[in-house]
Ligand binder design. Sequence first.
Ligand code: NAD
Ligand code: MG
Length: 401
Amino acid sequence: MNAPRSRTSFSPGEALLKNLCILGSTGSIGVSTLDVVAAHPDRYRVVALTGGGNLSRLEEQIRRFRPLVAAVVSAEDARRLREALGPDRPEILSGIEGLIACATCVEAEMVVSAIVGAAGLVPTMAAIEAGKDVALANKEVLVTAGPLVMEAVRRRGVHLYPVDSEHSAVFQSLEGHRRNDVRRLILTASGGPFCHRSLSELKSVTPADALAHPNWSMGRKISIDSATMMNKGLEVIEARWLFDIPGERISVHIHPQSIVHSMVEYVDGSVIAQLGIPDMKTPIAYALSYPERLTLNLPPLDLCALGSLTFEQPDFARFPCLSLAYEALREGGSAPAVLNAANEVAVAAFLSGEIPFIHIPAVIRATLETHRNGPLQHIDEVLRADRWGRAAARRIIDSTP
Ligand code: NAD
Ligand code: MG
């Protein structure tokens, strides 16, 4: 096997370069991150990439961005990738050890956490513990282990920059203001593809209907989460930990145009918002370049052409996942990790045609009802709650006619 190229192979005068590890580089966020990197080759160098199933895309990315190290899920995929890349290739690792090695590799200064689901938790925590700044897209990291992650961020003195567009908007709307003056956060939600469908219409929607998001092009899991509005529920929990604000002071407004990405309301009644066209490259770039802004070649926001921006209350009856997330946040302890695990299992079951759309919240509720809550003091306890939640949700699906 070829020895990985060492840091010394980089030419001098690269002091302004930021070295990035991208966890989940083959996904929707990973690809957009690499688009931003490709547009700013003088600012970013990719030192580590990881991908799940999409080997050919990862191979292409490795050829183009030439990282020092890469990781895939299985040893078999690692072997196939080594073979495909030939002798002039980086070190190719596999499994959770491979993910951790990439997330903690000495050369990486910032880790973009863009794996989907709880699978991203361990490598993201490893990055923080290794003193890396993190650009966080993977909301499930904070949903499952928010207090532990934020404690590690403080203890290690690293920066955690939000990539999720709502959290990036809140982050930007907080800049230059006193935290004590914040009254509440208002997260906007497009409402997803079924925003105005009746409950009876929701009974017959298919995975293809649910994957067709009106404003954003995203991975499959988050697209279904947007359709059930669990995505907004997970984002409320994410915001709770990221901005240290209780759930009661985080509201959700449906805003079908996805132009106002979120807002902060202050005690004097002022509301500060961040607006832009719905393109993840904007929040990704801000997380990579904070406090600077990178030039992005995106169409400008034309408010006059849009004409109007509308807002409405979410319908908790049609979208019970949102209430389930608020409830799990109120309950605390292991409830959010179990909520997330049950959601991951239920979404996968819907996508594979095992359960109808409206059973997703039913499976999550039934899982939470049988769960005995406990405190989470260590990441192992989060992983245990995650495993328990998955097994319980699976049993519920299997025993439902
Ligand atoms: P995606 O499904 O398109 O990509 C996920 C990436 O994770 C892929 O590279 C995949 O290979 C990898 N992966 C999946 N399972 C893995 C596992 N078990 N081990 C290792 N790698 C694995 O997802 P996405 O839409 O890019 O979303 C990524 C994360 O960002 C999610 O947490 C999502 O909620 C969040 N997010 C996404 C968007 C968006 O616009 N796509 C916006 C905000 C937040
Ligand atoms: Mg979001």
